[in-house]
Design a protein around this ligand. Structure first.
Ligand code: NAD
Length: 474
């Protein structure tokens, strides 16, 4: 109750401020974006260090690529395009209504709640925030409790850069998230698991709070015989092992033509050895976030082994990867079956099942029998097979001949479909998502509608018959 009261008061203060300033000008929005940019410049190194401490091992380069630089690029893009996005978009009007006209204007919604996951803790709260403030809103942020040092520092950094009526931070775990989701927010963005996403949608439902759910799932990487095998292996290994597989759009498993499974497994191992010449003690190789997550991944491997999978641990340098560092060596799993847990839940760690397929149709069917994934990767050069993949599978996004990089495209909307999420953000898609796209119609002095006013006897009836014969009605 205490936390609910505190959050309600936060929201009430933001609503009062919003009522006084319901449509921040472009300059005011740019000022907020600039303050976010300065926050990153000022606190970036400390935020990065806090994330590193929260993980145990995590390279500042990973945090730069996927967190701080990612958000900085989003800010630059929003600053550059804000004027265009804010401009009313005129729409065509039917001749019956000429010379009236219509347009769509994007209006700020008010307060948007942002609940983030721990894996890219800076990106997952601040990148939605860029879109939210570009659209003229206020925000209440809740970072994950699994990155506590980061969360605490974020709270003070945001406190320095923004008034609580503009952007507020609340820290804590499930109870706090639950309380935030139950408030009458104007929109709620949630990044996390499908299990919690369902609880969030249920908590938001009584208020009809619109939700954007950025969830996860098992994203496949399909390797077609027409693919350049070493390059495909390189990019799958990179996408899998960035942040030790703790990436929502990491390739979860590889579907490889049966003739190439062994060659692919070898190529992936070689690529891993190039990227991570050692695992133990390697500062580039991220730790698993908590002991609980570490044990879950270990038991996925044990379960697969017990059910007959071939487990290939790729440990270049052969150092002892000890329990204390919470690191798990990259592990290829061959001969996996549907009864193994690793093929049922999202892996979210450095394990790569390699599943053989006999025909392209079989690979497509394999994907379609499962939940619609957040991302799908296809490697190959055959345009016919590429077209089949694009037309016959449904996923949040696709990268052809690569992994992960679609997320970094400011002009591509980012989001899942079905169990992998709903709603899109990034760039203009985010600006619109966090706006009310309001239809406005300007009726002119002259309007044909006048011909159809009652009384409906005589003239109106004849006019209706006459209008009905007009070619534009056909
Ligand atoms: P999670 O669902 O456990 O937690 C996410 C957030 O929800 C945290 O802030 C947590 O405190 C909060 N929370 C937990 N229980 C809650 C409850 N009952 N009510 C309200 N809030 C609650 O997810 P996670 O472990 O932090 O993240 C991993 C998952 O997130 C993976 O499934 C991954 O694929 C997904 N993910 C998706 C994206 C994306 O952009 N689509 C990005 C990163 C991670």
């Amino acid at each position: 109750v205490q936390i609910l009261d505190r959050l309600s008061e936060m929201l009430a203060a933001q609503k009062r401020a919003h009522a006084l300033q319901p449509y921040p000008s472009r300059r005011e929005r740019i000022d907020r974006l600039d303050r976010l940019r300065s926050l990153l410049a000022l606190y970036g190194a400390r935020l990065t260090a806090a994330v590193e401490q929260d993980f145990g091992t995590r390279s500042p380069i990973v945090t730069a690529i996927a967190d701080t630089m990612f958000v900085q690029r989003a800010i630059a893009h929003a600053r550059r395009h804000l004027g265009e996005w804010m401009a009313a978009r005129p729409v065509a009007t039917g001749i019956l209504f000429a010379p009236s006209r219509g347009e769509v204007v994007c209006q700020p919604l008010g307060t948007v709640g942002i609940i983030g996951a721990w894996n890219y803790p800076i990106q997952l709260v601040l990148s939605p925030l860029v879109d939210v403030i570009a659209a003229g809103n206020r925000a209440i942020l809740k970072p994950s409790e699994l990155t506590p040092r980061y969360a605490e520092l974020l709270e003070s950094a945001i406190g320095d850069a923004f008034s609580p009526e503009e952007v507020a931070v609340v820290t804590g775990g499930a109870e706090v998230g639950q309380a935030l989701a139950s408030l009458p927010l104007d929109h709620l963005v949630f990044t996390g698991s499908g299990r919690v996403g369902r609880l969030i949608a249920a908590a938001a439902a009584p208020n009809l709070t619109p939700v954007t759910l950025e969830l996860g799932g098992k994203s496949p990487a399909i390797v077609h015989p027409s693919a350049h095998l070493p390059r495909a292996a390189d990019r799958v290994a990179w996408g899998k092992l960035l942040n030790a597989g703790q990436t929502c759009i990491a390739p979860d498993y590889a579907l490889v033509h049966e003739d190439y499974v062994e060659a692919f497994a070898t190529a992936v191992s070689e690529s891993i050895a190039r990227q991570y010449p050692t695992i133990a003690g390697n500062p580039d190789y991220t730790s698993i976030i908590t002991g609980r997550h570490y044990n879950r991944l270990r038991s996925l491997v044990d379960d697969a082994r017990a059910h007959g999978a071939r487990v290939v641990e790729v440990n270049p340098g052969s150092g002892v990867v000890d329990h204390a560092s919470r690191k798990i060596a990259p592990t290829l799993l061959l001969g996996v079956t549907g009864e193994m847990t690793v093929m049922q839940e999202e892996i979210f760690g450095p394990l790569l099942p390699i599943v053989p397929y006999a025909s392209h149709d079989e690979a497509i069917a394999f994907v379609n029998e499962r939940d619609r994934p957040l991302a799908l990767y296809w490697f190959g050069t055959s345009s016919k097979h590429r077209r089949h993949i694009l037309e016959r599978t449904v996923s949040g996004a696709v990268t052809i001949n690569g992994t992960l990089v679609h997320i970094a495209q400011e002009n591509l909307p980012f989001g899942g479909v079905g169990p992998s999420g709903q709603g899109h953000y990034h760039g203009e898609a985010g600006f619109r998502r966090f706006s009310k796209e309001k239809s406005v119609f300007f009726e002119s002095r002259f309007s044909a509608m006048r011909l159809l006013y009652p009384p409906y006897r005589g003239a109106a009836e004849r006019r209706l018959r006459w209008l009905d014969r007009w070619p534009f009605n056909r």
